[in-house]
Ligand binder design. Sequence first.
Ligand SMILES: [Cu+2]
Length: 585
Amino acid sequence: MATISGQGVDGETTQRILDFLNRVQTAADIAGREPQAGPVYDDPRTGYGDQIADYDIGETVARRIIDRRMIYGVNGFTDLAQLSGIPGFGRDKFKDLVFSFGPASYGRWTVLPDSPVYVVHAAVLRTGKVLMYAGTAEVGYPLNSATWNPKTGTYKVQSGTDAYSDDLFCSHHVALADGNLLVNGGAVPGTARGIKATYEFNPSSETWVPKTDMQYARWYPTTVAVPVDKAITMSGYDHTVAIASKVESYDPHGNSHQGDWDTLPAGADRTLEIYPGLHLMPDGKILYTGTRWDGAKGPWVSPGTTALLDLATKTWSPVGDHVVRDRTEGMSVVLPPDNKRVLVIGGRGDRPTSVSVSTNTVEMIDFNDATPAWKQVAGMHYSRRNVNAVLLPTGRVLVCAGISGWKWGSPGPSPVYTAEEYDPTANKWVKLAAMKVPRQYHSCSLLLPDARVLNLGSVESVHGAGHDLIKDVEVFSPPYLFRGPRPKITSVDSVVHHGQKFAISTPKAADIGSVVLVRPMAITHHTDSEQRVIPLKFTRKNSTTLTATAPNGNHPHYNAQRGYYMLFLVSKKDIPSEAKFVQLH
Ligand SMILES: [Cu+2]
């Protein structure tokens, strides 16, 4: 009979185990069914290890655990040591509990030192650093930005002449083919009137370079990078606070490299609510997903039909309504492997206009279907708007942040602390660990090159009055970082060409299950047109070398346009490596 000690088990894990063991009613609630389907899973690294197909805590032992709980009366277990001496409950079974309720299943949140600038906008640069800035953010913050190095945790602030001189608060951003971040739009400080400002942030010099103005002023536009080496921007409030319905295209090489904005023909005009959810689809059309920002004009009472803009003909075609139509302040993401499926997550939901709450519903559209239409898939465990969705290298979708209420008034924001992860293959959401800092409006979450997820900014806080715009930084380490050794990229070419085979060195080629390119995120207001995961075909050349094939598709490569990507190896156990940046050219 084993002596059990909670030593070495972190507080959150301990609490989750105690909560679970005190909540269960019957032995079957602990033991689950064979083949093992939880809630207690076998830790593949301990005990008999490979017995994944059978349960490690059987019904007999489970019954003994519940019998033991009786001794402790109404409080039940209060200390893991109380599990000592239960016949058949050895240390391997205890480790299964720790595996099932610890970071290997829930991940772990870690609070980092505050950012030196308040953050509304954040993007991962081709250097692996994160650019963050806010503009004056309605309360007169200085016009500065910072880059953060995830390897060292150090910041470098760009201020004064190194920074930007227009108020880029509520602009938008995409990476250009050379890795510069295009930033366009913003506001006349203290107003909702848009400006035409355009900058490129150069990741090498870490400086802001002013570029030619847009033709239309835009506050809260959405920009989409498109091939070859261009960008399209839509919506935003113009200089009269009307929605800019003209669509513009940016060419970084125009006007002797000062940049050049062209207005698309009138057929491309469309009045979209601010920060429309937009994604470039593999066939060269831009999908408007129906997500949008809840602007100063109040609730959007007449949700628009989702639609596609064909970049070849410069005309729109309707796609259809969502099942739950009002996706205001939800977030949309495209899904691998082919990036023809799009998820829309959360948002306001269809409630009477007098009630401003949020929905847990999620919908998907699949453009492989003969008649693509939005269909509901499994819903989240929590209702959320102002939700951050991050596509992981595994192809799963991490959801963190968000509120179940309403940010501007009754019934109050009600932050959701618990993170969740969606597995598109199983169509299932699992709950993960709870963040410590609540995040909603003006928060950002991004996938880092080391496969953690950085969380920045937000209005409203737990700190009380005078701290309305928070600088707290918290990083999430997903469960995959606690499940055993990570694959490693020893070396890879820094430049690869479409359709070209290239070598990746890795110590154990036999362990690799997938090779993916991940386009770095550039997020604000839960709007990101950049993130996508592109799986690559690969073969094992020898025990330490993979041969991968860069994405092909026809020129101009809509699914994998020229630019910088994070290359991850993902093991057969779904554990990602750290990324190496490659330039796809
Ligand atoms: Cu805003």
